[in-house]
Design a protein around this ligand. Structure first.
Ligand code: ADP
Ligand code: MG
Length: 233
């Protein structure tokens, strides 16, 4: 799996790219058995329809461009696309939105994904810290990480038990344990994903990895990476 991941990294480097495209980053996650959304790539509207049909409606469509960092900021994400007409219209709409905001953006295609059911939003990250080396990070999504900076770190690689400690360490951990309207999240599944990310970041020449969001489902129902970004060393 490491060799296949290195092949993807090599190809990006040859094209002069340090930021991997979402399908590349998700393929690498998948090689490390980290659960990601089902996805496929389309370069024409007809191909998008065909791939959407294969995945099953509703689907999500996203821009694939090395020049777009935050896809939704440029109108590059359409969720809950319900039928073939909407796929066709969505294909053109996304390209139009991106062209308007970033006229010079290189567009590599449109990503077609299963629309994952909403889960509790978490973030799993990795950085190659100049002092500590490969490091893994965990937090809840949204305000928990942006405003409260409620995250935990470990030097990678770590075991599943250490990943559980990381999860229990964040102040907002209650949210994952069935606090007020929240269901009890699959902490075991999250820990396994964090453990795998810690191996990924230790073994590959990656500077930064952002899995944001990762949806955590009910106990026993696992987790799913919704968006993935990898920056190479
Ligand atoms: P970016 O962070 O680059 O703007 P994302 O891929 O994170 O783009 O998409 C933005 C938001 O759209 C996500 O935070 C999530 O709420 C929703 N979303 C994206 N992809 C999916 C998907 N496959 N299933 C369900 N929701 C999705
Ligand atoms: Mg995102």
């Amino acid at each position: 799996m490491k060799l296949d991941a290195l092949r993807i990294i090599d190809k990006a480097r040859k094209e002069g790219r340090k930021i991997l495209l979402e399908p590349e980053a998700k393929t690498i996650c998948r090689l490390y058995n980290i659960p990601v959304t089902v996805f496929d790539v389309a370069t024409t509207a007809n191909e998008a329809v065909e791939k959407a049909r294969k995945i099953g409606f509703p689907i999500v469509m996203k821009i694939i461009s090395p020049d777009v960092v935050h896809k939704s900021d440029v109108g590059g994400v359409l969720v809950n696309v319900k039928n073939e007409e909407e796929v066709k219209a969505g294909f053109d709409k996304i390209i139009e939105n991106v062209r308007k905001k970033l006229p010079n953006a290189r567009i590599k295609g449109i990503l077609i994904q299963e629309m994952a059911p909403q889960g509790i939003e978490t973030i799993i990250g990795g950085i190659n810290d100049p002092q500590f080396g490969p490091t893994v990070m965990f937090g809840l999504g949204g305000i928990f990480v942006e405003v409260l900076k409620d995250v935990s770190f470990r030097v990678a690689p770590i075991s599943k038990d250490e990943a559980i400690e990381m999860i229990e360490e964040i102040k907002s951990c209650k949210v994952l344990k069935g606090y007020r309207g929240y269901y009890k999240a699959d902490i075991e599944g999250l820990a396994v994903a964090i453990e795998k990310v810690s191996h990924l970041i230790s073994e590959l020449p990656i500077d930064q990895l952002d899995l944001n969001p990762v949806f955590a489902y009910e106990e026993g129902k696992g987790v799913k990476v919704i968006d993935a970004r990898i920056i190479l060393q």
